[in-house]
Write a new protein. Sequence first.
Length: 436
Amino acid sequence: MIPRYSRPEMTAIWSPEARFAIWFEIEAHATQALADLGTVPQSAAKALWDWWATKPQIDVAAIDAIESVTKHDVIAFLTWVAEQVGDEARFMHQGMTSSDVLDTCLAVQLARASDLLLADLDALLDAIRARAHEHKLTPTIGRSHGIHAEPVTFGLKLAQAYAEFARAKTRLLAARADVATCAISGAVGTFANIDPRVEAYVADKLGLTVEPVSTQVIPRDRHAMFFATLGVIAGSIERLATEVRHLQRTEVLEAEEYFSPGQKGSSAMPHKRNPVLTENLTGLARMVRGYVTPALENVALWHERDISHSSVERYIGPDATITLDFALARLTGVVDKLVVYPKRMQKNLDRMGGLVHSQRVLLALTQAGVSREDSYRLVQRNAMKVWESDGELSLLELLQNDPEVTAALPAETIAEKFDLDYHLRHVDTIFDRVFA
């Protein structure tokens, strides 16, 4: 985790204090459930909750000092709590194993992180929706292979992004549900020394579901799917960021990141206005995707458990969620403040002498009785003249002066095929599909 790319609310979820607080709640709820079942005294649960009610300061340094001797984090924590609570603390952790605490805690943290990420997605969707409607009918050139294709609108570009991030939200909701499971099943997951009702009680108190079969750990296919979902969201962030970067190139300049007063683009060239935010987002997306492979490799643990996954998750849990949280917030700001240049979009549309209307003429010729092969040849030979003139020639004029073309299509019919509005007539239909 790097402070430069972190936001406080998400970072707080992964702090040692937050982790130990969740550990305590797991242990205290489990003790309460055991007390209700008559396995341990009610006084034990009361002692834990009475101490917790005093809002004690968790001494991370003291716990770390104990761990330096025990070489076991959960034992160090239990030892420290026992020192604070007293004799009744001996009933903590009855029939439990360390993974019950660690895995259930991770489930709580990932669920809380998911809630922040879902809120981030909502904010981003709101920003994209607003800008999409603002530019619903702002014509611009569509590009395939980076080359001018046919007209679209800038609103459609943003509508596509909205639909993509709406899918991301659906996936994240599913991933959150998948990863938010509780395991309080003891060594190798057989409940030999703890009643399954304890697990159900703790799960209910922490807002989790019960893990059906936990062995000694929660199966890591759940976590793999969670981090894979984050990786897909990161890919969507990069896709939109890359679109902005391309549109900001000097030769294109149809849209650009907001350049604030006093901002500097280059230490050497005072004229520069660089797409630094979207370039940064591209890099952050690579990092989040980089955590997917280790999560997938965590699935294949030995027998009922090993801890090869543990060190991995101590990295990727905080880093992936913190980085994605920051990236989503940054992308929301980019979209919200994006500077759009409709006049430049129109200029680029007109730059190549009407080549963007070539398909309509091709289709009209075929409908007039010309074979598709001949229709393509006739349009292409005129289009190539426009291309090689760098748009100085007009495709419309060339076609209207080509006797083979006008033998099939009157000049006025050819002119009708160069109507820009024709390409935009179904924009409302697409917007209804996306935003209804």
